[in-house]
Design a binder for this molecule. Sequence first.
Ligand code: HEM
Ligand code: NAG
Length: 320
Amino acid sequence: MALVLVLIFSYLIGISKGQLRVGFYAETCPEAESVVSAVVRDALQSNPNTAAVLLRLHFHDCFVQGCDGSILIEDGPGAERHAFGHQGVGGFEVIERAKEQLETVCRGVVSCSDIVALAAREAVALASGPFYQVPTGRRDGRVSNISQAGDMPDVSDSIQQLKAKFLNKGLSEKDLVVLSAAHTIGTTACFFMTQRLYKFPPGGGSDPTINLEFLPELKAKCPQNGDVNVRLPIDRGSERIFDNQILRNIRDGFAVLQSDARLYEDQATKNVIDSYFGFLSPIFGPFFETDFVESIVRMGHIGVKTGSRGEIRRVCNAFN
Ligand code: HEM
Ligand SMILES: *[C@@H]1O[C@H](CO)[C@@H](O)[C@H](O)[C@H]1NC(C)=O
């Protein structure tokens, strides 16, 4: 009896808080999730790196103004998506294609921000990562402002800054590690490597935490004064497969991104990384995939607009 009351009560709280829920479109647009899946699968066939691009898009959407599709708006040079912190973000055309198809099957029902979250889920699964349930019901924001992307973490942030930026969004040190491990797929432009390889503070030169076997390899790919648009895998040796190799690489000095390397210098975040490689971890856990699902679902709740807030856009790159 007590349990039933607790369940009813938490359900009511859920409604009053306008929370997201799994299967939000089950009645209003049963095709919602399968349409997004199909569009993402199709996009991946022509470009396998689309999985990484879509996963990153979800992160960048959530960290500015909440997961509300604000990054999708294209209304001139003052649009949020042009912020420095969003450098290299893409996947917009995939989201737009899914939206177009959804508008033909259930007009005005599925939000662009939910499409972004669902596309990220599909991307992870197609990269051989875990498949998980995505709570939906986000509504799209009405603000897109280039000067409001200051919350984005930067590759050159200190570990304290990274932790603070995550904490600010309700995400823990563990979330920081587990979500950074999204770098298990995808690539970076040499643009983001310059400081780490040639101008590492305080004295210049390269980041001393880079494994000495790896340093010449990185420098060869991103030579000083070379083309900053050249791209290299972030997870050395495993860029297409979603797995915990990235954490192993970080531990062993094979991190590519400066921010990833910082995760092994702080006691709390180092402990999280090491927890996945304990002697008995393969049997008793913790399991990276399980923890990632928990963290990305949490990230997907940042600043969401539900109920009567926001809107359901007709196209994803413009307000109604
Ligand atoms: C902790 C702070 C983070 C920093 C400083 C950071 C920084 C970066 C940078 C500089 C790149 C390369 C971008 C490019 O050259 O196009 C990148 C790529 C990527 N990031 Fe992060 N990131 C962070 C966290 C995250 C999180 C939380 C996720 C997702 C959950 C994520 C997902 C990705 C993915 C999948 C790519 C590869 C994109 C591609 O291949 O085009 N990152 N990140
Ligand atoms: C964008 O944000 C800045 C800083 O918060 C603010 O001063 C400015 O008025 C905003 N611009 C628009 C168009 O809302």
